[in-house]
Design a protein around this ligand. Structure first.
Ligand code: ATP
Length: 322
C-alpha cells in the first residue's frame, strides 16, 4: 500500500518526539485500517496523548512521518481538521457559556452538524446542555467533549481516554456510539488504561509503553499474566472449607483470607486467578455464595507485571510469579 492509501486512516513511520531530552515517542510505526476501531493502551506517560496530538498537528514530530486520512497533518489545515472528531484529555471550556453555546462554537470549526444530532447525543449521554459548561462535573464535561467529537460524523474519531469519568451506564452508551460509528464506516482511534474496556470496543489493540509500540499480538498473554481478580462473599461459617478447596484450584492465589471466619456473619475472600474458569466454577459449586465478583486487572497493572523493568522476558516466558 502506498502512502495515503484509502484503506489506511492513520499511518506513522519512525515517528519520534522529544520534549527537551525526554524521548516521548521512540520511532512509532502504526497503521490504523480505515473503518476499524483501533485501541491504544498503555500506562501513564506511555506517550498516548503525545501520539494523538501529533496526528492533529497540535505537536510537530522530531522525526518520522505521519499521514492522516491520506494527508500530512502539517499541510492538512482546517479541511483535514473538519474530517476529524477529536476528544482531548481535557476539554478547554470558556467561562459562562452553556454546553449548547459551546457546541455551536465548535460546529463553526468542525463543519455542519445535522439538526437534531446534538440534542439526540445529549439525551443518550444524559447531559443537560443548558448548564454553564464551566460548572459541569468532570464526567459531564467529558460528555460535552464526546458530543463535539461525534456530532459532525467525521470519517475519523481520535478519542483520548474517552471513558474517563463516565459512569458505567454512560460507558455502555459510549460503546454503542463507537459501534454505530464503525458500522457507519467511520474510523475510531481511542486510548485507555483499561484493557477490558478497550477490548470491548476495539477490533485491534496496540500496546504503547515508554514511547514504543509493543505488538498487539501479545494482548491476550498480557491480560492472562496479570490474572483475574476474584472476590467471593460467603457465610463466615462456610469460609474455611471453601478456602481449603480453593487452595487446590490450579492458578488460584489467595490474597486475603477472612481474618476470623467465626467472628461475623459474612466473610470476603479475595484472590488472583490465572487458571481456567471451569475449575473455579466447579470448586464453588455447592456453596451458598452471597457474592461473586470476577474482574480483569487494569491494564497498567497487567503491563507492569509483564513488561516491568525487572521482567524483560516478555509473554513467551509466561510472566513473573509473585
Ligand atoms: N509538553 C510536554 N513537555 C515535556 N514533556 C512532556 C510533554 N508532554 C508529554 N511529555 C512527556 O512525554 C511522555 C509521554 O506523555 P503522554 O502524556 O503522551 O503519555 P500518556 O500515555 O498520554 O500518559 P497518561 O495516560 O498519563 O495521559 C511523558 O514522559 C511525559 O512526561
Amino acid at each position: 500500500m502506498g502512502t495515503g492509501s484509502a484503506s489506511t486512516a492513520v499511518r506513522t513511520r519512525g515517528l519520534q518526539k522529544y520534549f527537551g531530552r525526554v524521548e516521548a515517542l521512540k520511532g512509532i510505526d502504526l497503521e490504523v485500517p480505515a473503518g476499524s476501531v483501533f485501541g491504544i493502551i498503555g500506562p501513564n506517560g506511555a506517550g498516548k496523548t503525545t501520539l494523538m496530538r501529533l496526528l492533529l498537528d497540535l505537536l510537530r514530530p522530531s522525526s518520522g512521518e505521519v499521514t492522516v486520512l491520506g494527508v500530512d497533518p502539517r499541510s492538512g489545515g482546517p479541511a483535514l481538521r473538519r474530517r476529524i472528531g477529536f476528544l482531548p484529555g481535557e476539554l478547554a471550556v470558556a467561562d459562562r457559556v452553556s454546553g449548547r453555546e459551546l457546541l455551536r462554537f465548535f460546529s463553526r470549526i468542525s463543519g455542519p452538524v445535522d439538526p437534531g444530532t446534538v440534542p439526540a447525543l445529549a439525551e443518550r449521554l444524559d447531559l443537560d446542555l443548558g448548564r454553564p459548561a464551566r460548572a459541569l462535573s468532570k464526567g459531564n464535561r467529558q460528555k460535552l467533549g464526546l458530543i463535539q467529537a461525534f456530532m459532525h460524523q467525521p470519517p475519523l474519531l481520535i478519542l483520548d481516554e474517552p471513558t474517563s469519568g463516565l459512569d458505567p451506564l454512560i460507558q455502555q452508551e459510549f460503546l454503542a456510539l463507537v459501534r454505530e460509528a464503525s458500522s457507519n464506516g467511520q474510523t475510531v482511534l481511542l486510548s485507555s488504561h483499561v484493557l477490558s474496556e478497550i477490548e470491548e470496543a476495539a477490533d485491534t489493540v496496540a500496546i504503547l509503553r515508554s514511547g514504543t509500540v509493543i505488538s498487539a499480538a501479545g494482548t491476550a498473554a498480557i491480560r492472562a499474566s496479570a490474572g483475574r481478580r476474584v472476590r467471593i462473599g460467603i457465610a463466615a461459617a462456610e469460609a474455611p472449607a471453601l478456602v481449603e478447596r480453593l487452595r487446590r484450584v490450579p492458578g488460584f492465589e489467595l490474597l486475603q483470607v477472612p481474618a476470623d471466619p467465626g467472628s461475623g456473619d459474612a466473610a470476603s475472600i479475595s484472590a488472583r486467578f490465572e487458571g481456567d474458569m471451569p475449575d473455579l466454577i466447579t470448586a464453588l459449586a455447592g456453596y451458598h455464595l452471597l457474592d461473586l465478583v470476577v474482574q480483569e486487572p487494569d491494564l497498567e497493572e497487567a503491563v507492569l507485571r509483564f513488561y516491568g523493568p525487572e521482567n524483560t522476558a516478555g509473554p513467551a516466558d509466561g510472566g513473573a510469579g509473585e
